[in-house]
Write a protein that binds this ligand. Sequence first.
Ligand code: SF4
Length: 390
Amino acid sequence: MPRREIKSPLDAWLLKEEVAEELRKVLGSRRARRVAKDPHTRRKPRPCGITVHPGQGCSLGCLYCYVPDMGFPTKPRPYHLSGEELAYALAVNPHVVPGRTLAAFGSVTEPFLPGVAEKTLEYLRAVNEWLSLPCQVSTKLVIDKELAAELARAEPRLSVLISATTTRKAKILEPGAPPPQERIAGGGNAVRAGLRADLFLRPLIPGVTNEDDIRELLHLAKQHGLQGVVAGSLRLTPTNLRRLSLAGAGTGELMKLAGLKRPPKQGTQVPVSTTHLKEIVEREAKRQGLQYLPAACAANTLSHKLNCYLCRLGPCVTGEKRDLVDENVESLILELLNYLGIRNANVNITAKGSEEPRVKVMGVPRTTGRKILNLQFFLQEFLKVRVVLR
Ligand code: SF4
């Protein structure tokens, strides 16, 4: 069970301090010092949230994968931290806000591979119990009934994304993964266990993913009770370009759509423009009665009944709410500032009630730049609204 309800920035701040302190005692100083060197203690959230690595590497061998380019092995291994160590690493990370920072599992691995799945469940339990972070997993494997029930127990509002790219060419592109039809049926098991599941139609590969694929994948998603779809673009790397060319993809066209004259340099990932395919996905999703979501974070936000106004793709809000997260937002911010010893500050909310509200906090003394940045980040993550400190 999560520790307690987090209703204000001060609740979140106190909980973070309390959890770090408690876990430091549980781990002991030697283990805590070792964990303090782990990248989870300083990694900044990306748009999809903070990436949590229950493992490193993947054996599925999808041709478009960029994980090998990042130096991760094709033989996956579970991450070395225990659940409590990971929770401690996140508690001391200055960018993580209990109850609010989205946590995306599996960016450099497939979270349900044998050997990694147990670690994924252990991390989900620990992150939910200690910090109540809104968690999301994306998978290309089949979630069976038992796994679905375990996931729902570990994180009752977990957002599940089922990845698929094509039905017609899946065997060539994703040689180690089960057929997309089975994956999406696995998403249905997650739904029946009480979780929100969405189709993650990515990467869209121009010249490979076509309208028939999109229609069929969305139809399957609807049939199995998935709620929406997130479309994602391909990122080109030197090695996935080579692998895709061996599978007969039009690499000249892909490079053109990525704005490249020659293959990408080692160590780079260049996004391929897929606007026309995304338009088809959006149109088809509406036609088939599925929610079209602008990004993976939107699925996680909605799964946890949060409201987010952080980027121009949003706002992503639960139900009809189009106003700021909380009417008391000014007093809640002042309560935290007061606790931090910052008096005489003013809170100004611009464009309140619009789709792009901004919060300005004026009168914050210029102590060290890092502290100010962390406070700004903390408020922004909590409120899910752009915050400026002056
Ligand atoms: S507004 Fe929506 S798409 Fe933008 S960061 Fe928030 S959840 Fe993500």
